[in-house]
Design a protein around this ligand. Structure first.
Ligand code: UD1
Length: 359
């Protein structure tokens, strides 16, 4: 990026002495952001959260204080609005940004593509503009295995072809990745780490924070939890005629605390490197829908009534990660297993039957 013929972006990078500066979590009040805040604080980083609570609750700050003892500096702002974000950058010494700020409901993205493209891209633009203005050279981006589209075989590696996404939500992840890739090519002081999440599940073991879908859950684990609690009547399993051992879809479920720890590693990596790197964040093991249902029943001593329905359009039979690269380069690997995810998801659900709304 040029300004008056002189490249000026991130030129003060060398002045960041301590790798333990503040980390801005844009959209950090949500499911993955809140768990990441806990792990960053545990690792000695200062955390600042900016979130408009479109899909999260301000109650989170009190919950985070109960877990960590820290009153997190937070801003109730729209990350896509530069003027609002300017205050956050102006008032804090930031070492890096983690960009969680985006809409994430696949079905909604099909119905409201313009909202998805506008919101999920404009949050990126405004963050990058502020990073430029305030010389913050490091960004971690919440990407998704959805960028692999329909054509890849599992275990999927980072270097296979991406694209052929099947919904606007997926395309926004793909486009944001491309924007960051292009930017790191143009600005050699910039560091971008793209984390491709597989299927986040579970909750913090305290049961104080967890996943709180705004409407009826789209994703499997929160749906199962709400069936277990009686809030929903029955799980629909979307097809049992896939080419998998039991016919139901296979995914790579990753405990949200493991995922949060991957962000801590990614921040450390971004602070010490330049350019762009992409990492799959999954366990490397796939479980079927029925395996997950049965594990949930076994671990939590509850019954999950279900029926088999037709396939959901756009679903793959099998999707799980090759996460060797994250192991080798970030020194990260998942430590928790499917039972931990089921136990912690249920603990959160039992303690917060209506999510954060009752608090
Ligand atoms: C979905 C999104 C993906 C997004 C990810 C975020 C689709 C097609 N994909 O991934 O873009 O990044 O969530 O977490 O929506 N299932 C049921 N019954 C249900 C819900 C799910 O049988 O009520 C099955 C699905 O068919 C699938 C598995 O459970 O086999 C996991 O589904 P889900 O949790 O929605 O995740 P993905 O589809 O993998």
């Amino acid at each position: 990026m040029k300004n008056n013929g002189k490249e000026h972006m991130f030129e003060k990078n060398d002045e960041i002495k301590s790798p333990k500066g503040s980390i801005l979590l844009a959209g950090g009040a949500g499911y993955i952001g809140s768990h990441t805040a806990v792990e960053l604080l545990k690792s000695g980083y200062n955390v600042v959260i900016a979130d408009c609570h479109y899909n999260s609750s301000p109650v989170i700050y009190d919950r985070l204080k109960q877990i960590t003892g820290v009153d997190i500096v937070h801003y109730n702002i729209d990350v896509s609005v530069e003027e609002q974000l300017d205050r956050v950058f102006g008032e804090n010494e930031l070492a890096a940004v983690i960009h969680f700020a985006g809409h994430k409901a696949v079905g909604e993205s099909v119905r409201e593509p313009l909202n998805y493209y506008q919101n999920n891209l404009s949050t990126t633009f405004s963050l990058l503009r502020m990073m430029e203005r305030y010389q913050v050279p490091n960004i971690i981006f919440s990407s998704s295995a959805t960028v692999y589209g329909m054509e890849n075989r599992s275990p999927v590696r980072e270097d296979v072809k991406t694209g052929s996404c099947i919904n606007p939500y997926g395309w926004t992840k793909y486009m944001n990745e491309q924007i960051l890739r292009d930017l790191t090519r143009a600005n050699r002081r910039l560091s971008a780490v793209l984390l491709r999440y597989f299927n986040p599940a579970g909750a913090h073991e305290s049961g104080l924070i967890g996943e709180d879908p705004k409407d009826t859950p789209n994703n499997l684990m929160p749906y199962i939890s709400q069936v277990a609690s009686g809030r929903l009547k029955m799980l629909s399993i979307y097809g049992d005629d896939y080419d998998t051992p039991d016919g139901t879809g296979v995914r790579d479920y990753i405990h949200v605390v493991d995922l949060a720890k991957a962000h801590v590693k990614a921040v450390g990596y971004a602070l010490e490197h330049k350019g762009v790197e992409t990492f799959n964040i999954g366990t490397g093991t796939g479980y079927s829908v029925l395996e997950l249902v049965h594990a949930f029943e076994r671990v939590n001593h509850v019954r999950i009534p279900y029926r088999i329905t037709g396939r959901r359009s756009g679903d793959l039979a099998v999707c799980y990660a090759d996460s060797t690269k994250a192991q080798e380069i970030l020194g990260w690997r998942a430590q928790k297993n499917l039972e931990d995810m089921c136990r912690d998801a249920w603990n959160w659900q039992k303690k917060n039957p209506q999510g954060y709304r009752e608090a």
